[in-house]
Design a protein around this ligand. Structure first.
Ligand code: PEP
Ligand code: MG
Length: 538
């Protein structure tokens, strides 16, 4: 059976299909007859959850350090909490309901109870207890949680994946993902590129695909379920060819990003978290052009503390060993929703309360991040970039806040370096004001994803509009030229960190326009380098 979809990243994946279900909203009150058997199911699920959390703790310890890993210890403790487990067992026994239902209901009750407590620490536990309950429900329903309890790598099928869910996938297990919904320009699609795996959206797979063999063809946008042996062999061949191509690209490692006529450009990589740096180094990017720091917030159940952020940024700076690491301050809102911010639902979230707008109002959150960034600056070559800027006044306010932060750090004897300050140019207002903005900052980085959405008035999240989202629209190309010229006039260097930067049909155009840097997904760095080296601008 072949299902059509839209490819967001090319390549071929072959493996078992696993359907990912969100635990919430799917638990019905189901009557059971054998209470003791149901309690046993719960006890077994609890043991499995304990093992998963111990594994997660180990992995997090290696990838994000002790402070960030601690959350999994808290979850383990919660799992062992007598009040919580007894409430579940009691509910199964007295109400004769399924373990799933008892866990979900108890989870909700405890989470509400915590949320209403006076104590900050206890209030923060509300999200944790929900998380633990969701984990138990998933185990009880026999669903793989990011593939954690299947040993074999698999192809993930989902209705939709939020960016926060995508970042939590076990990248060593997910060969590819296929969703029914989602749009080409969403962050979920961007994450597939970072993970370097083929991905399809808009593919209406049947429920009975679970457990079957599947092939994802990211070139043609196809999901093949239960393929014939001959088809499997054909795709295996393609996969091998692909690996050979990738191997050849490896030969470009260590080579310069220079055209035949000697025009040079910096080629950096975009990342979502510290773990992605392995891929940045493996693909020989010259630096990090966009560290989407909001993923630190999305991966967490509560505001990441200054210390947690400091550790992450410091590790990034150290791992890149003196190469530039451009960290973008928190860019949440729109498709990147973080529950604990308690943001209201909006009619037009893309044009709503997001990114720098939140930071300028929530000074506590903003300052915590800036303090962590400046403290980490001491350990490498960090630059800071601000998203969604629309005016000079915003940049001036940011600079005042930075001055306050530095003063605080001085008083506390924290060492830091002077760092480059830049802004994303991703609103038409910023383009029109680029001449003035260039007077205020050290660099510009063009966010073509949002700039295209705002210029063409096309919601990047709306799959119906994918065909209208013309990233080569002359309006965008004219803007790019204007941004480079105005940036250079004001002494700024200018780069592109939106997805368009990786479009090799435009590499020559970017070089001719005079861009100084392109920042792309780690997996395509070498492909862009190959393109640059093939060009002759004479
Ligand atoms: C952009 O808008 O182009 C960009 C790089 O930022 P994000 O995709 O995270 O919004
Ligand atoms: Mg953006």
């Amino acid at each position: 059976m072949t299902i059509e979809g839209k490819s967001v990243y090319s390549g071929v994946a072959i493996g078992r299909l696993v359907i990912y279900q969100k635990a919430e909203n799917q638990i019905k009150r189901t009557k059971i007859t054998d209470r003791e058997a149901e309690i046993k199911r719960f006890e077994e699920a609890k043991d499995t959850a304990g093992r998963q959390l111990a594994l997660l703790y180990e992995r997090a310890l290696k990838e994000v350090g002790e402070t960030n890993a601690a959350i999994f210890e808290v979850h383990q403790m919660m799992l062992e909490d007598m009040d919580y487990t007894e409430a579940i067992v009691n509910m199964i026994r007295t109400q004769e309901v399924s373990a799933e239902y008892a866990v979900a209901m108890t989870g909700d009750t405890f989470s509400e109870m915590f949320a209403q407590m006076d104590d900050d620490y206890m209030r923060e536990r509300a999200a944790d207890v929900k998380d633990v309950s969701n984990r138990l429900v998933q185990i009880l329903q026999g669903k793989a949680e990011g593939g954690l309890d299947t040993d074999e790598p698999f192809i993930l099928l989902a209705d939709d994946l939020a960016p926060s869910e995508t970042v939590q996938l076990d990248k060593s297990k997910v060969l590819s993902f296929v969703t029914r919904h989602g749009s080409t320009n969403s962050h979920t699609a961007i994450l597939a590129r970072t993970m370097n795996i083929p991905a399809l959206i808009g593919a209406d797979f049947p429920e009975d695909a679970e457990g079957k063999m599947g092939i994802v063809d990211g070139y043609e946008g196809k999901l093949i379920i239960d393929p014939a042996v001959s088809v499997l062999e054909e795709y295996q061949k393609r996969k091998n060819q692909e690996e050979e191509k990738r191997r050849l690209l490896q030969e470009l490692k260590g080579k310069e990003n220079v055209t035949k006529d000697g025009t040079r450009i910096n080629l950096y990589a975009n990342i979502g978290n510290v773990a992605d740096i392995a891929s940045v180094l493996a693909n020989d990017a010259g630096g990090i052009g966009l560290f989407r720091s909001e993923f630190l917030y999305l991966e967490s159940n509560d505001y990441p503390t200054e210390e947690e952020q400091f550790q992450a940024y410091r590790r990034a700076a150290e791992m890149m060993a003196g190469k530039k690491v451009i960290i973008r301050t928190l860019d949440i809102g729109a498709d990147k929703q973080v529950d604990y911010f308690g943001l209201d639902k909006e009619e037009n979230p893309a044009m709503g309360y997001r990114a720098i707008r939140i930071c300028l109002e929530r000074r506590d959150v903003f300052k915590t991040q800036l303090r962590a960034l400046y403290r980490a600056s001491y350990y490498g070559n960090i630059a800071i970039m601000f998203p969604m800027i629309i005016s000079v006044a915003e940049v001036r306010t940011i600079k005042t806040i930075i001055a306050e932060v530095k003063k605080e750090l001085d008083a506390e004897f924290f060492p830091y370096k002077e760092v480059e300050i830049g802004i994303m140019i991703e609103t038409p207002a910023a383009v029109m004001m680029s001449e003035e903005l260039a007077q205020e900052v050290d660099f510009f980085s063009v966010g073509t994803n949002d700039l295209t959405q705002y210029t063409l008035a096309i919601d990047r999240q709306n799959p119906k509009l994918d065909d209208f989202y013309d990233s080569h629209h002359p309006a965008i190309l004219k803007m790019l030229k204007m941004i480079v010229d105005n940036g250079h006039k004001g002494g700024c260097w200018v780069g592109i960190c939106g997805e368009l930067g990786a479009d090799i049909t435009l590499t020559e155009t970017f070089l001719r326009m005079g861009f100084d840097e392109l920042s792309v997904s780690p997996s395509v760095v070498l492909k862009v380098r190959q393109q640059i080296r093939s060009l002759d601008l004479r």
